[in-house]
Write a protein that binds this ligand. Structure first.
Ligand code: PKZ
Length: 199
């Protein structure tokens, strides 16, 4: 296998699609913030205030509830402006990252974005609402392949962007080792845990 194909976002032929974890929220339920300080999903100043729900992705002829998908909504506010009256592309990518990043935790423990590819299909005016939908396309070892689309003002509104991403499953040590200590302690990690993770 070449290096290029090993790191491709194409779903490998031997990938599987597991069901949602039994303790994950059910279809239609709101997905809670994964961190109270997250600028993606928590209600904090400077965030994009994304709201997400578990969606039903039955696939073609699939069993109800077996698929894993997320629906998200984000208001496109003045402070997201790039071009005059238009969203900055980085905010659209942040929206995709947040929506796509909510998919794998419905199946497994924490995952982080390893690769994210975005196609900007049409300009997004400020003052509108973005509706996103992401689904799990396949899992291979620690790799979660996901894809998403973004539509304007309603779930079946004009398509303004599409994205594919790879999320890699990590354990708590990832955060304990790399996160700022005061933020880890704010969510309950002890100084001893943080020291131990850092050797
Ligand atoms: C008390 C504590 C509480 C904590 C509570 C946590 C709460 C839960 C928070 C969740 C938060 C989410 C928030 C939203 C999503 C973000 O925004 S996450 C932030 C942005 N992302 C990052 O910071 C990730 C930075 N990168 C890394 O840490 C590491 O590169 C990674 C991604 C973990 C991979 O490193 P690694 O674990 O050493 O894995 P590695 O063996 O290199 O790769 C594994 C596989 O993935 C493939 N791969 C790796 N990188 C790539 C790539 N870029 N392209 C293609 N393939 C790749 C490898 O080829 C390999 O494939 P196989 O050999 O299995 O075929």
């Amino acid at each position: 296998m070449t290096q290029a194909s090993a790191r491709s976002l194409d779903v490998p032929a031997d990938a599987t699609i597991p069901s949602r974890h039994p303790k994950a929220p059910g279809v239609g339920e709101r997905i809670p913030p994964h961190n109270p300080a997250c600028r993606g999903c928590a209600d904090v100043p400077g965030g994009i205030h994304m709201e997400s729900w578990v969606d039903d992705d039955r696939g073609e002829g699939g069993d109800p509830g077996v698929g894993v998908a997320v629906r998200s909504r984000m208001a496109v506010t003045d402070d997201m402006q790039g071009g005059p009256g238009l969203i900055h592309g980085g905010y659209l990518m942040a929206a995709f990252d947040e929506c796509l990043g909510s998919v794998a935790p419905l199946v497994t423990r924490s995952c982080v974005t390893a690769r994210l590819e975005t196609d900007f299909r049409a300009p997004v005016p400020v003052g509108t609402t973005l509706w996103l939908r992401a689904r799990l396309d396949g899992v291979l070892r620690r790799k979660y392949f996901v894809s998403a689309e973004a539509r304007l003002d309603s779930e079946d509104g004009p398509l303004v962007g599409t994205a594919r991403a790879l999320f890699v499953q990590v354990d708590l040590q990832h955060f304990l080792r790399h996160g700022r200590a005061e933020d880890l302690e704010a969510i309950g990690a002890s100084a001893e845990q943080i020291r131990a993770a850092r050797g």
